[in-house]
Write a protein that binds this ligand. Sequence first.
Ligand code: GLN
Length: 533
Amino acid sequence: MISGIGKGITAASIGKLISARGLKVTMQKCDPYLNMDAGTLNPSEHGEVFVTKDGGETDLDLGHYERFIDTELTRKSSTMSGKIYSKVLSDERKGMYLGKTIQIIPHITNEIMNQIIASGEGSDVHIAEVGGTVGDYEAMAWIEAIRQMKRRVGEDNILYAHVVYVPYLAVSKEFKTKPAQNSVRDLREAGIQPDILCVRSDEPINAEAFEKMSLYCDVDKDAIVALPNSKSVYEVPLRMEEAGLGNYICKFIGLNCKKPDLKDWKLLVDRIKQPKSSVSVGVVAKYMSNEDTYLSVFEALRSAGWHHSLDINIVWIDSEKLIGDEFEFAGLDGILVPGGFGSRGLEGKIWAARYARQNKVPYLGLCLGMQVAVIEFAREVLNDPSANSSEIDPDTKNPVIHIMPDQIGVDLGGSMRLGNYKAKLNKKSRSFLAYGKGSIIERHRHRYEFNNDYLVQLEAAGLVIAATSPDGKLVEIVEHSNHPFFVASQFHPEFKSRPNKPHPLFRDFVGAIKFAQGSQIKHEQKKTVSRDN
Ligand code: GLN
């Protein structure tokens, strides 16, 4: 009906209800835009690029899916018009259509159905979320394809869920269901009668609005679930379950399943709601306009906070505005530098890493956040303030971060290290302690690497190489010892973090903050005691 009302969370929550019943769920985002993947989209416009284990650069909704159903998805879980058209056009060039006229219906719609079916292979239930809104010009082929899907898989095997929004008019003190009715009408015009309605609203809707929706939209009252704003998105599956939606869906598609096990999830939500003390973490970044840009980073931070019964107050620090003043980090309990591309704001991030190292403030660096930590330290060790990454300064005398010789010349789209890679950990490192094992697999999305020409020198000066690729050639984690917590990884741990299982590096980063605070409190108490004495 309108964008931004939480289709992704709604879809992920339905996935949770089904996976909690012991069934295997896969999920997929279908985006009507013409890109080939989300990799080239501007994050400040479109939010985070979520990287799958097989290196797919996808829409941030896949992050919601993975966090809710706790399953690692693949690039097949993200498709868009660009991917569909390019497949159809390349098949046409190969002569696979045998001289036929290629048309939106049936060729594009068939390819959409093929990609949806392929993405669901091996699962009991597949959930496909169509992006955009009903009536969008570019979404039409998608809506038509999901309509036809009913014929393809049989009407007992498919269920249509529509997410609507019911506004509240303060002047007349009433909920307005008309826009929702209109969007259901548009959907019916396209040949789809929704089986369930997920009704978003700012406040809980009243019985009258409920009745109206059921009557005018022709949807069972049992199949309408009210989803007023909640404190945490993780409450949504519980709300749906309370409303009986899980059982309704299972009955509707004839799923034979167990009783839902949502114990862990309930504990999570209880933990989220408990009042806690809070700590402040500065996120030093350049994309400041949109919270979604670092969605998985924020979720990983928050879940580490819940684990330690702490609220994380995320403080945005605009790296472009940093001028190298100590006061710029006043009041922060920890500093995090997330991933990024290009030179804008880089000096500010380098300064943040230096401040954290020298002032013993817990630091977590993610991808670019690792590279700036290396540059920072190298500048001091080499006594060369111009040491840099060759991404930023191709002519620097000391490219401590560089492109691997075998990657030079590959075009931008193809030269990234993407998705899962193994790493082995140094047993004496802080990271080894966090993971509790010597071998890990993490997701990557970067082009530049630690330059091994500087390894011996930086290590001798105190940089801890905490993890490398199994062959030892690529540096994966650097640390500083003699510091409460200074860990920076070349990969993106945030993608593997879960709300009820925070990633070990995030968990221990926040743990170190908590510990530092505890000792500070003890220290202050001691001071008061000694003063009282
Ligand atoms: N720009 C850096 C690189 O390409 C870091 C990328 C990132 O932070 N994801 O290597």
